[in-house]
Design a binder for this molecule. Structure first.
Ligand code: PMV
Length: 313
């Protein structure tokens, strides 16, 4: 018997970095997916195949001994195999670019948790999410769990440290054009640089947090109204705050400039320092925005919000 599951990637629409200091952020799932197929096999081993490499190990190893980006899958399989006398073969297929803030590892953890656990019993979304967060912690110990949550439930979500996650029940119809700088970023080090910025001028940072909070509240209303033009002005405003805290660079600024010529607004998504930006569009300016990037040889693609989340089949 095979068990198969797929989960979407994500973008942070508003509020990255400020969320670390208690401000609300808005995330959405995107229609780029990871699909995981799991199957029991003879021989007792855990075997993982993916387009970034393979891993084959006996169960029962300590996670700290494993030096592979595939270790969340090993963690999940090993946990499920306790007291079972079989092995598991896992195949991972992904159309989410890696390491650029689009939620590829969270989508892997969610789809992996679903496909692997469902080889043994019918797990609920809540159980799958809890397993996925445990698995993600094998690579990012301090994960907030926000990414895995949006990858499980799909749609748009608000998140803050104190109150956790709340799904936003609106179905805006915009398209995001994602452009990839192809510069891999370390979220941890960029978060550290922002902490230094904050410590140098607490007053200034606290004022920025207040502005960002107000902006996010305004965005929540605009999402319900589905007012894409006004949302675009909020995207630009948020980008100014990200510039101020120092997470941009020349390449990202150039990309934002390109994105903004045709779209309603463009900003960095995620940690910055590299990774991706998005430009907010609808049917009227989608093609033109993509062409602006393509003309300048940028790696770009369009995505829509994924309202489905985790899918098992
Ligand atoms: O690692 P990314 O690109 O998904 O973004 C992390 C978001 C931050 O706000 C910068 C950090 C965090 O833990 O929320």
């Amino acid at each position: 018997m095979k068990s198969k599951a797929s989960a979407p990637g994500k973008v942070i629409l508003f509020g990255e970095h400020f969320v670390v200091y208690g401000v609300k952020a808005i995330l959405c799932a995107i229609n780029k997916r990871v699909t995981v197929t799991a199957e029991k096999m003879e021989g007792g081993k855990i075997s993982i195949q993916s387009n970034i490499g393979n891993l084959e190990l006996e169960p029962g190893k300590s996670i700290s001994e494993i030096n592979s980006p595939l270790k969340p899958f090993y963690y999940l399989a090993d946990k499920m195999l306790k007291n079972e006398n079989v092995g598991i073969k896992i195949i991972v297929e992904s159309d989410i670019p890696l390491g650029v803030g689009l939620g590829s590892s969270s989508a892997c953890c969610v789809a992996g948790a679903a496909a692997i656990s469902r080889l043994f019993r019918k797990t609920s979304n809540e159980e799958i999410l809890a397993l996925a967060i445990e698995a993600e912690k094998t690579i990012f110990e301090n994960t907030s769990g926000a990414d895995c949550t949006v990858c499980t439930y799909g749609g748009i979500m608000e998140y803050d440290k104190k109150n956790g996650f709340h799904k936003i029940e609106s179905k805006p119809n915009f398209h995001l054009v994602i452009a990839n700088s192809n510069i891999e970023h370390s979220t941890e080090s960029v978060v550290g640089e922002v902490r230094q910025f904050k410590e140098k001028d607490e007053m200034r940072f606290s004022l920025l947090c207040k502005k960002e909070s107000k902006l996010v509240e305004e965005v929540l209303e605009l999402l319900i109204e589905n007012n894409v033009k006004k949302l675009g002005t909020k995207v630009r405003e948020n980008q100014e705050y990200l510039e101020t805290i120092g997470i941009s660079n020349d390449k990202l600024r150039e990309m934002i400039q390109i994105g903004q010529t045709e779209s309603f607004g463009a900003k960095i998504t995620g940690a910055g320092g590299g990774g991706c930006i998005y430009a907010l569009t609808n049917e009227s300016n989608l093609e033109h925005t993509i062409n602006q990037f393509k003309d300048k040889n940028y790696d770009c693609f369009s995505v829509k919000i994924d309202f489905k989340g985790l899918d098992t089949f």
